[in-house]
Each structure stands twice: as structure tokens, then as C-alpha cells.
Design a protein around this ligand. Structure first.
Ligand SMILES: *Cc1c(COP(=O)(O)O)cnc(C)c1O
Length: 498
């Protein structure tokens, strides 16, 4: 199977798509067809464990990898030390409403990004071997919190790679920062950037487009790659858990084989929800995707109007991993909606770049609405649903999953749709302990020390603080450097001795 650019006729095999990250025309790589899975396959998947399910789905897409290569990569990624016995777990929360949570945060950094970022380094190093590339791969990451730590965990001490993470000095939670600055590994570098997430992200984008730097890198035997969700190697692992969720729902007796279900996805860069759309295109019986946003509601408006308009205020919210105004992976959806009209996509992306907006028109909007329903949730309602659900069902949501839960309730109310529904739960509530606590006890004073917050949350909820988070209190700070955004290129040069 080949992977096509969304903006031109450029096409490559999956190993090359994973090494390159982006197409050379700036487009994203998309599979040229969706492999089909029928109900018998789904029935067979019920008997598989998560690793076997991952091998099965991945082998449909990564046709230039051998079965053995895929098996090895999956085994290394989803090992018991990193994920325990169950990498993903479906829990039925509201029996009468048939609402379940798919917990995707049982990995090393307690956010769903581990599902992809534990596997990407394996797929990438295998790709380098297969294609005979000799360069050392330098992974550059700009992060608003979760991606940075998950990428560091994934790439730490992976041979043939280095990883350099830039995070905004004041833009991440205390726990997220501690997770990053205490990261061990001989090939890891972490820097705070004076500025916000956009400053860090723009700095990284400039470095990717710096032709002179690329030349110097090549001479010294280095090449850049990306661990962001524009990389196909990050998207494909996420398709698997939609199938796993469906099999688990059958096993739990929530549905019968062939029944349609809904998925609700707390969305930022549109990576997670797009992976679900791919699962549907492959044949998984899915009715609707509910695309849940926080106050950065650009996707809700897009689904309702067909107009994507990023010209609006940026809000810092208590669900920071969804604070985003340009959802990169939407470009892939547009490609599929238009049946691969690369000229049209290139044109819309050009408009987004120059005017900050584009309009897909009535026909494509209707098509979009067949699969997606959008809703956004403000800070107040996000906190309220955390408290409500804990009081009614003793189930504790993190701030991102709370946005999805509320959107799900509103969808049922407004659209009168009673399909069994699975809400993707994207982070452990402990990762955002201070805001979750505040939601549970709005009248109490905010606890400023993150470790006190962990203990308090554990006392209230009866859940155990994850050991790795507890250990952060004593972990040694290994990365305390702070740089100006202008210094990002020279920082990289000095790390790589260019
Ligand atoms: C990254 C992230 C999201 C958003 O996922 P996208 O794939 O960017 O849409 C939601 N919740 C959490 C906790 C995240 O870390």
C-alpha cells in the first residue's frame, strides 16, 4: 500500500512516510485505500489480546513491514512494564444509558498519547533499518505538555535516535513540567522556552524549514523527524483501540456483533478522532463521532457551518491539551471527503495560511455532518460534570474526558439518539489533580503544591496515586535550561556539535 500526500501526487511506502513525517509539499501522508474488515474478522478479534489486535490492524496498513517486524514492534511497545496487563480498558459507567469509558491512559505517562508514542519509536527504527538510512534521527518536539513527556518516554535510549523537546516556560502544569525535567536517558534533551506554546511551535517549524541547517545536519549524519500527530506512525496505532473497544463492548454484553455504536472524542489536533473515522471506513459499525471541544471551539463551528476560521481569541483552559486553533489532522479528513482532490486541499490550506480561514461549501459540509457532530463545553460545565459524575457514579474524570462526557450528554438530549456510546478517556485524573480537586470541592481553597493535591485527590476519591507520579517528588531535576525562542536553532547546533 502506498501513502499519498494530501496536496500533490507525491507517494511513498509506509516506512518512508514514517521517517519523513510530512510530505515534501507540506501535505500529510494518507493511505491510498482503506483495508476492509468484515464482521467475521471482528468476531475473530474478540478472541485476541490487545497485542494481537494491534498486529492484525497494523499489518493491513504497513504492508512494507514483515509480519515479524510488526510483531516485534508491538511487543516492545505494549510490554507489561509500560502498560500492565491491559493496555486499554472499557468500563461501563452508566448502565441505564449504556455509556462506557475507554480508558486509554494506562501507559507510562498517564495520557492516551502513550498508545501511539510507545509504538512510533519502534516503527521508526524498523523503518530506518528497512530503508538502509544511515543518518541518526533527531526528533524535535514542541509541546504543550502531554506530547513532550510521552515522546521522551518513547524515545529515551532508543538506538539511532535523539530527542529534543521544547516546552513553554509557563504553559504546562506542574506535574507535566516535573515529568519532563526529570527525564532520564542518554539521548534526551529538554528545554524551557521563554514564551508560550505558539512560540515553541513556531520555533520548531522554522527549524524544520531551515534549508541551511538541514544541509549541515546531513553532512554530520543527522536527519530531523517529527513525533507530532501529523506523522502516520502516530496515527495508525490509534486505529487499533477503536476495534478493541468494540470487541470489549461485545464481551461485556453491551452490544451484539454488527450493532452500531457512537464514539465521543475530546479533540485538539483531530488525531484521535480521525483514527476512529479510519476504523469506520474500514468497516467497524459506527454511527456517529461526537467531536468535543473546550472554549477553543473552532472545530464545533466548522462542523456546524463548513467554515474553518482560526481568527479568534485563544483560550487557556483547564483542558490544556485541547487548547489549539489549528487542528492539523483535519487536512486528512478533507482529503477523504473530497475523494482525494489534492488541488482543492492545497488551495484551502493556502487560504488558512494567508487569511486564517476557508469554506468547504454546502455539499462537503453535509457529508461531514453524516459522520460528525460537534459540541463545545465551557470551563464551568467541565468542572460541574466532574463533580456530578463522581457523586452519581463514583467515577472520576480528568478535565479532558469531562469535556467529552458533557458533550455526550448534550448530544443525547438534543439529537435524541440512544445508540450505545463509548467516551474516549484520554488522561488520568491525577495528571490534572489541582483542577480536578477544584471541581470536586469548589468551595475549598486551591492547593498550590502539586504533591499535596495528589494526596488530597487520592483521599477524596479512594483511588491510589500512580507510583510514577509519587516518585516525581524525589526525582532529580536533570534539565533546567531555559532559552530565548531565538536561541532554539543555536541550542540544537550545540547539542549536535554542528
Ligand atoms: C492530546 C490530547 C487530547 C487531544 O487529542 P488530539 O488527537 O490532538 O485530538 C485530548 N486529551 C488529552 C489528555 C490529550 O493529551
Amino acid at each position: 500500500m502506498f501513502y499519498k500526500s494530501t496536496r500533490s501526487d507525491e507517494k511513498v511506502l509506509s516506512a518512508q512516510a514514517i521517517i519523513n513525517g510530512l510530505a515534501s509539499d507540506g501535505g500529510l501522508f494518507v493511505p491510498e485505500a482503506f483495508p476492509q474488515i468484515n464482521l467475521t474478522d471482528i468476531e475473530n478479534m474478540e478472541k485476541m489480546d490487545y497485542l494481537q489486535q494491534a498486529e492484525f490492524i497494523l499489518s493491513k496498513y504497513l504492508t512494507d513491514y514483515s509480519q515479524e517486524e510488526i510483531k516485534q514492534a508491538v511487543a516492545k511497545a505494549y510490554n507489561k512494564d509500560a502498560f500492565g496487563d491491559k493496555p486499554v480498558e472499557l468500563k461501563l459507567i452508566c448502565h441505564c444509558a449504556n455509556m462506557s469509558a475507554l480508558e486509554l491512559w494506562h501507559g507510562p505517562t498517564f495520557a492516551f498519547k502513550d498508545m501511539a508514542l510507545q509504538l512510533l519509536p519502534q516503527l521508526l527504527t524498523t523503518a530506518i533499518k528497512k530503508t538502509g538510512k544511515s543518518e541518526e534521527i533527531v526528533i524535535l518536539v514542541a509541546t504543550s505538555g502531554d506530547t513532550g513527556k510521552a515522546a521522551l518516554e518513547g524515545f529515551a535510549d532508543v538506538p539511532g535516535t535523539r530527542i529534543i523537546v521544547f516546552y513553554p516556560q509557563t504553559g504546562v502544569s506542574d506535574i507535566q513540567k516535573l515529568q519532563m525535567i526529570t527525564q532520564k536517558g542518554a539521548n534526551v534533551n529538554v528545554y524551557a522556552v521563554k514564551g508560550n506554546f505558539d512560540d515553541a511551535q513556531n520555533g520548531v517549524k522554522k527549524i524544520f524549514n531551515n534549508v541551511q541547517l538541514a544541509k549541515e545536519m546531513k553532512e554530520k549524519g543527522y536527519a530531523f523527524s517529527s513525533a507530532n500527530s501529523i506523522n502516520w506512525g502516530r496515527l495508525v496505532p490509534q486505529i487499533v483501540y477503536y476495534f478493541s473497544a468494540y470487541s470489549q463492548a461485545i464481551q461485556n454484553g453491551n452490544i451484539k456483533l454488527g450493532d452500531k455504536i457512537n464514539f465521543v472524542v475530546p479533540t485538539g489536533n483531530f488525531g484521535n478522532i480521525l483514527a476512529g473515522y479510519y476504523a469506520k471506513k474500514m468497516g467497524l459499525p459506527i454511527n456517529k463521532f461526537i467531536c468535543a471541544s473546550n472554549s477553543n471551539n473552532v472545530l464545533t463551528d466548522f462542523i456546524n457551518t463548513g467554515i474553518y476560521d482560526r481568527n479568534r481569541e485563544f483560550h487557556k483552559t483547564i483542558s490544556p491539551s485541547m487548547d489549539i486553533l489549528i487542528s492539523s489532522n483535519l487536512e486528512r479528513l478533507l482529503y477523504h471527503l473530497t475523494d482525494g482532490d489534492t488541488k482543492q486541499i492545497a488551495n484551502w490550506m493556502e487560504q488558512l495560511n494567508s487569511d486564517g480561514k476557508y469554506d468547504i461549501g454546502e455539499k462537503y459540509k453535509k457529508q461531514l455532518q453524516e459522520d460528525f457532530w460537534g459540541y463545545w463545553v465551557d470551563e464551568n460545565d467541565t468542572s460541574k460534570i466532574i463533580k456530578d459524575l463522581f457523586e452519581s457514579h463514583k467515577y472520576l474524570l480528568d478535565t479532558h474526558t469531562a469535556v467529552a462526557w458533557k458533550a455526550c450528554q448534550m448530544y443525547r438530549q438534543l439529537e435524541n439518539d440512544g445508540y450505545p456510546t463509548i467516551i474516549l478517556s484520554t488522561a488520568s485524573p491525577f495528571k490534572f489533580a489541582q483542577d480536578v480537586l477544584k471541581a470536586l470541592e469548589p468551595q475549598e481553597e486551591q492547593i498550590n503544591n502539586p504533591f499535596e493535591a495528589l494526596i488530597e485527590l487520592s483521599d477524596i476519591s479512594g483511588l491510589k496515586v500512580p507510583i510514577a507520579m509519587e516518585l516525581l517528588a524525589q526525582a532529580q531535576v536533570l534539565h533546567d535550561q531555559v532559552v530565548e525562542k531565538e536561541e532554539m536553532p543555536s541550542t540544537i547546533k550545540s547539542i549536535l556539535r554542528l
